[in-house]
Design a protein around this ligand. Structure first.
Ligand code: ZN
Length: 331
């Protein structure tokens, strides 16, 4: 086979093809399944011939590529020239994507804390048992540690059940003062329903400094709630219990929908439960090597999806990951 002549003829034919179907005819003739070159390539037994034919094929493919681009350009130029293409017609609209509502709300919450001088801390979703439970003074027999509540990867590793292990890691890795928020995905063995899910987003705030008081906690929760739900909001604290804070409180904010009058969102109480808060237990400080006589601090946390549901009137948690565009497209 005279491969030089084959190449010369093929490139000439690509060069002179008049349109797209002409280019594809030339392709069939020189590069198609039954053409001499592909047949020869299938029969190759020695390395030298293989290299020779492969590089020939590459050159022909480049020739074809150039010819396709040329006829496409000529086609457009011809249509414009003949008036067949009206370049002033409006284009086809492309639907634009957007951030998921939960991501929007998470970022908004992060921005509020950044504005108050906090830092965003990203932790791992996989934690050892020590950071998820022990360091937070969760007792060995506490029900939250059981296999029926927590996803264990092995005897000592869990999918974090809250963002609190990040607090411990942050304190272990640096000296106070600390002002951080830890947002992130958490996991618990829950059956999905309108308000529960095995995976959910939490955000947790931690402040450690000299001379912090409970008034600072209350002021921070109030400033945050007003930034998120409007300047008219009030906050109240109710005593509660969490293993890693002492004293512990739950905090409520006046209903942003009815302003405290009572409506379905606040179940006619005028108040909406936001989350838990408290004074960092001295034992937690000892666990990370801080002197509880020198340092004081508070922590509070809440669910991000819950905030998004309340604020945007979403009745069912599952709507967030069913990815129905009729729902998501509204935000
Ligand atoms: Zn209300």
């Amino acid at each position: 086979m005279d491969w030089d002549a084959y190449e010369r003829d093929a490139l000439r034919d690509f060069d002179t093809a008049r349109d797209a179907s002409g280019v594809s005819e030339v392709h069939v003739r020189y590069l198609g399944r039954r053409a001499a070159l592909p047949l020869a390539l299938r029969e190759v037994r020695d390395r030298e011939t293989g290299q020779l034919l492969n590089s020939l094929r590459e050159r022909l493919e480049q020739g074809e590529h150039a010819a396709s681009a040329r006829v496409a350009r000529e086609h457009v130029a011809q249509q414009i020239g003949s008036g067949g293409l009206d370049v002033t017609l409006p284009g086809t609209p492309f639907p634009r994507g957007r951030l998921h509502l939960v991501t929007q709300v998470r970022r908004e919450i992060e921005d509020i804390f950044l504005g108050m001088g906090y830092e965003v801390w990203d932790g791992d979703e996989v934690s050892d048992v020590y950071h998820n439970f022990d360091a937070l003074t969760t007792e060995p027999g506490h029900p939250s540690r059981s296999q029926s509540d927590t996803f264990y990867l092995d005897g000592d590793t869990v999918l974090r059940t809250h963002t609190s292990p990040d607090q411990i890691r942050a304190m272990e890795s640096r000296e106070p003062p600390i002002y951080i928020v830890c947002p992130g995905r958490c996991y618990r063995r829950d059956t999905p329903d309108a308000t529960h899910s095995p995976t959910f987003l939490q955000i947790e705030c931690l402040a450690v400094d000299r001379g912090i008081t409970l008034a600072d906690l209350q002021g921070t929760v109030l400033a945050f709630s007003r930034a998120l739900f409007g300047p008219e909001r009030e906050v109240r604290m109710r005593t509660s219990f969490f293993p890693f804070t002492e004293p512990s409180v739950e905090f409520d904010v006046t209903c942003f929908l009815c302003g405290g009058e009572g409506c379905t969102v606040c179940k006619h109480s005028g108040w909406i439960e936001m989350g838990g808060a408290g004074w960092v237990d001295p034992d937690v400080f000892r666990n990370v090597g801080y002197d509880p006589d020198v340092w004081a601090g508070f922590a509070f946390g809440f669910g991000i999806e819950r905030i998004a549901m309340l604020r945007h009137g979403i009745p069912d948690l599952r709507m967030f990951w069913e990815n129905d565009l009729r729902v998501l497209g509204q935000f």
